[in-house]
Design a protein around this ligand. Structure first.
Ligand code: XIL
Length: 355
């Protein structure tokens, strides 16, 4: 059997073999037999992080073994930096930047402008002062991490939830629907001439209407001269979507020739609300199919467009989807389980990356 074939068979079997001897390794110990994901991936591979993770040796060992890029999960957003008095506190993001530098990992900045944050600090400002403070914040944050980040999610989740048009928010109401987005990219570019500047959004594969709206927005912004340098698709996958939707979106997104970041991959096996007749095996198979499709669609991109492939959490227990008790039971949306053992999602991704 050719070496690759052997490796593929090993990769696919590894999680099951390791699962069979579950518990043999101390909790969180990185199984040494498993090849690091970053060594078999066709691009940088990222994981989101919080400063609290840096005090967990098991997290640090596993994350640094498999990944070479970090995205701050929430501590580089306005909620962590911007006070209601419009003061700035960089304590948390500075620690994340220091960790990435210490570990030799790339740092992806997330996120300069998001519809869901910042309203309190901008309340009561007239349009002129609003614009001044908006520019000042972006310039301060992007300027501080110039040379430390390789990229930014400059504007996050600008498209309406259902994909019909753009999201109305305090930024758009004050600076205009496309206006606040163009302004943010211009300010970020001025503050950091080297960072790759991304427009980032979710459900682009899950909801073709939203994906199309997002791509029309990218096209319009590029024509308007916005310095958009990349497309971020969060890929919080709905594993029950039809086969092919992911592939179609990735092909459509590639049309601009821009780097594409799979920026927040997780693949929940849960179904919101109501009775779920699927068996555990059916859910696992759906997850494997959609994650494999995403990886293969990503692999089909030209290398220059494969910016990075980032998962939104290291272990299932780190996921925002499982953090509260209600949601936690039984979901496995990530590459490693709570003990640090690889899940079948790891084998799906590794198998697709290394055919
Ligand atoms: C989430 C984090 O995972 C949570 O810890 C935080 O409380 C809220 O934000 N899309 C995004 C991410 O762009 O920033 C969100 O992350 C998940 C959805």
């Amino acid at each position: 059997m050719p070496a690759d074939g052997l490796n593929r068979r090993f990769l696919l079997a590894a999680p099951f073999a390791l699962a069979a001897c579950q518990g043999a390794a101390p909790a969180g110990a990185a199984p040494t037999a498993l090849p690091p994901l970053k060594s078999i991936a066709p691009c940088p591979v990222g994981v989101c992080a919080m400063t609290g993770h840096f005090d967990d040796p098991a997290w640090v060992d596993l994350a640094t073994r498999h990944f070479n890029q970090i995205t701050p999960e929430w501590e580089m957003k306005m909620e962590a930096i911007l006070g209601e008095d419009r003061s700035y506190d960089f304590t948390r993001p500075d620690r994340i930047a220091a960790f990435a530098a210490e570990k030799g990992m790339r740092l992806h900045g997330h996120a300069l402008v998001w519809y869901s944050q910042g309203a309190e600090a901008f309340t009561g400002l007239d349009r002129t002062r609003f614009a001044v403070e908006y520019d000042r914040y972006i310039a301060a944050v992007a300027g501080r991490y110039r040379g430390k980040v390789v990229s930014w999610d400059v504007v996050n989740e600008a498209v309406a939830e259902d994909g019909n048009g753009l999201r109305d928010c305090h930024w758009s109401r004050s600076l205009g629907q496309d206006g606040y987005i163009i302004r943010a990219f211009e300010q970020a570019r001025a503050a950091d001439p080297d960072a790759v500047l991304f427009l980032n959004d979710y459900n682009l594969e899950n909801n073709p209407v939203k994906g199309a709206t997002f791509l029309r927005l990218v096209e319009r912004l590029l024509k308007a001269g916005a310095p958009i340098g990349g497309i971020g698709t969060q890929s919080h996958l709905d594993i029950e979507i039809p086969a092919g939707q992911i592939t179609t979106f990735m092909k459509d997104a590639a049309q601009f020739g821009l780097p594409i970041h799979v920026s927040e991959l997780d693949a929940s096996r849960r179904r919101d609300g109501g009775f779920d007749p699927r068996s555990a095996r059916q859910k696992q198979d759906q997850q494997t199919a959609r994650v494999t499709e995403l990886a293969e669609a990503y692999l089909s991109l030209p290398e220059r467009q494969r910016f990075a492939f980032t998962v939104w959490g290291l272990r299932d227990s780190d996921s925002w989807l499982t953090r509260d008790a209600r949601a936690g039971s039984g979901d496995s949306p990530l590459l490693f389980d709570a003990t640090g053992a690889p899940t079948t999602m790891f084998s799906a991704l590794a198998g697709a990356f290394r055919p």
